[in-house]
Design a protein around this ligand. Structure first.
Ligand code: BG6
Length: 472
C-alpha cells in the first residue's frame, strides 16, 4: 500500500504581509514617516519624494487599514486554519525617527495587541524586523546602512522589541530580502547610491554594516529569548542559463553567487573566497572594525527564509534586471507568465529548496510565494480565482517533493493572504489575496473584505495538512 501523502505533523501554514503594505495609519499614535511613506507608485516603478506632498497619493498612508481592522483579518486567517503569520514591525512606529533613545509606547502597544490576537487563535507570529520601511530620518540624515551608526540604532530597536515580545514571538527575521541591496538599495537598506556608475563599493560597505547588525541581533535574540529562532531572509527566484553554452552557465552561476553571498555570510559566518575576486576587480575595500569578523562567525542565523515567485534565464553578457519577484532575464519558452510577466515555475521552488539544503543544511521557511492577478467580483459577490488556486497547489506539491527529497522545510507563508499594496508598483490592482479588499489604485473603496474561492481551497489544504493536494 502506498503511504498517504501529507506534510510533516508540525508544518506551519499561513501567510505573510509587511507593515507598510497593510497597516496604513502612517502618522497615527506617534508613528514617524518611513521611506515607504514617501514613495509613490512603488519601489520599482515609482518615486521617493523628499517631502510628502498632501496633494499626491501615497498608497502606504492608508493601505488596507490593517492597523484598525486587524481583528477581523486575523479572524479570517484563523478560519483558514493558519498556524503562522509573518508580518514586520514598522521601525518608525517604535522609533519615529530611528535615532531616539526611548521607544514610542503606543507603537509597542499595537504589536502587543496584534500578537495577543494571533496567539489567542493559535497563530505563531513570525516577525521581520526591517521590511523596506526604514525611518526616513535615518535615510536623509545618516545615509541609511552606508553609515555604521545604524548598527547602534538597529540594535537598540532589536533589544526593545525582543524584551517586549519575548513571550509572544519565537520566530524572527532580520532584513527582508537583504540580497536586494544590489538592485533596490533604497528600499532594502535606506541607501541612495551616490555613484550610479560604480555603486558596488557603497552596496558592499552598507551590506557589511547590515551583517554586523545581523550578528548583534542574533546575539541579543538568543540572550533575551533563548527558545526563539532567528533567521536570514533572501529573495531567491531561480535563474537558469539560457543555453548549455558554458559561458551562459558560468555567468549564471556567478550571478547566483552574488545573491547567495548574503546567506553565505549570515549562515556560514564568513566572507566567501569568491568575493575576493569581485572586490579586486571593482577595487572595493570594506571598512571593518576590529572584531567584526569574529562577531560574524560567532552569531549566525539558524534558519533561512526566502521568497520565491518565479524563474528566468540568463545569457552571458546580458545585463541582469530585477523586480520585487526576483531576477528578470530572458523569458523561458517552457513557462507561462502572470499578467505582470512573472514566469510561473513550481519546480523551480523545489530546485531552490534542494540547492539551499545542499549548501547550508539548515531549516527552511518559504515566507513569500504568491500570485498577483486582476480579480473581478461577480454580481453575487463571488470571486472565482482559479489561477491563484492552481498556482498555490502546484507550488505546494513541489514543496512536498522537496521535503521528500530531504529538505527540512518547516513552514509556508503565502504572500499577501489578504490583498495589500504592491511593493513594486504601488498598485492595489495587483492582488495576491485569498481575501479581497475593496480598494482601487487611486485609493477609492470601502475597504470591505470578501472571501475569494481560493480562501476555501487553502482552508481545505490546511485542514488536511496537505493531503487534499493529492486526492482526486
Ligand atoms: C517581495 C517583497 O519582494 O515581493 C514584498 O518582500 C512584495 O514586499 C513581494 O510585496 C511581491 O512584490 P509586488 O511588487 O508584487 O508587491
Amino acid at each position: 500500500m502506498s503511504k498517504e501523502k501529507v506534510f510533516p505533523k508540525d508544518f506551519l501554514w499561513g501567510g505573510a504581509i509587511a507593515a507598510n503594505q497593510a497597516e496604513g495609519a502612517w502618522n497615527v499614535d506617534g508613528k514617524g514617516a518611513s521611506q515607504a511613506d514617501m514613495t509613490r507608485g512603488g519601489i520599482i516603478s515609482g518615486e521617493t519624494d523628499q517631502q510628502i506632498d498632501p496633494n499626491l497619493y501615497y498608497a502606504s498612508h492608508e493601505a488596507i487599514d490593517f492597523y484598525h481592522q486587524y481583528k477581523e483579518d486575523v479572524q479570517m486567517f484563523s478560519e483558514m486554519g493558519f498556524s503562522l503569520f509573518r508580518t514586520s514591525i514598522a521601525w518608525s512606529r517604535i522609533f519615529p525617527k530611528g535615532d531616539e533613545k526611548e521607544p514610542n509606547e503606543k507603537g509597542l502597544q499595537f504589536y502587543d495587541d496584534l500578537f495577543d490576537e494571533l496567539l489567542g487563535k493559535g497563530i505563531q507570529p513570525m516577525i521581520t524586523i526591517s521590511h523596506y520601511e526604514m525611518p526616513i530620518h535615518l535615510v536623509d540624515e545618516y545615509g541609511g546602512w552606508s553609515n555604521r551608526q545604524l548598527i547602534e540604532f538597529f540594535s537598540r530597536f532589536c533589544e526593545v522589541i525582543f524584551k517586549r515580545y519575548k513571550d509572544k514571538v519565537k520566530y524572527w527575521l532580520t532584513f527582508n530580502e537583504i540580497n536586494n541591496m544590489h538592485k533596490i538599495p533604497l528600499a532594502t537598506g535606506g541607501v541612495r547610491i551616490k555613484n550610479e556608475e560604480e555603486p558596488l563599493q557603497e552596496i558592499y560597505q552598507a551590506s557589511h554594516h547590515m551583517f554586523v547588525a545581523n550578528s548583534h541581533a542574533v546575539r541579543l535574540c538568543k540572550e533575551i529569548i533563548p527558545d526563539s529562532m532567528i533567521g536570514a531572509m533572501l529573495s531567491l527566484s531561480v535563474l537558469y542559463p539560457n543555453s548549455c553554452r558554458p559561458e551562459d552557465v558560468f555567468e549564471t552561476n556567478t550571478y547566483r553567487r552574488r545573491h547567495l553571498f548574503y546567506s553565505d555570510v549570515m549562515i556560514r559566518g564568513e566572507y566567501p573566497t569568491y568575493v575576493d575576486r569581485i572586490f579586486k576587480e571593482h577595487t572595493i575595500s570594506i571598512n571593518m572594525e576590529e572584531g567584526d569578523l569574529e562577531l560574524l562567525k560567532a552569531h549566525t542565523c539558524e534558519y533561512l527564509a526566502f521568497s520565491y515567485y518565479l524563474s528566468s534565464t540568463h545569457k552571458a553578457g546580458m545585463p541582469i534586471l530585477t523586480h520585487t519577484g526576483g531576477v528578470r532575464g530572458i523569458d523561458n519558452p517552457y513557462l507561462p507568465k502572470s499578467k505582470w510577466g512573472w514566469q510561473i515555475d513550481p519546480i523551480g521552488l523545489r530546485i531552490v529548496c534542494n540547492e539551499l539544503t545542499d549548501r547550508y543544511n539548515v531549516p527552511l521557511f518559504i515566507v513569500e510565494n504568491g500570485y498577483g492577478d486582476v480579480d473581478s467580483i461577480n454580481e453575487d459577490g463571488s470571486i472565482h480565482d482559479i489561477d491563484r488556486t492552481n498556482f498555490l497547489k502546484e507550488h505546494l506539491v513541489e514543496i512536498y517533493n522537496a521535503i521528500e527529497d530531504g529538505c527540512d522545510v518547516r513552514g509556508f507563508a503565502w504572500w499577501g493572504p489578504i490583498d495589500i499594496v504592491s511593493a513594486g508598483t504601488g498598485e492595489m490592482k495587483k492582488r495576491y489575496g485569498f481575501i479581497h479588499v475593496d480598494k482601487d489604485n487611486e485609493g477609492n473603496g470601502s475597504l470591505k473584505r470578501t472571501k475569494k474561492d481560493s480562501f476555501y481551497e487553502f482552508q481545505k489544504i490546511i485542514e488536511s495538512n496537505g493531503a487534499s493536494l493529492f486526492s482526486k
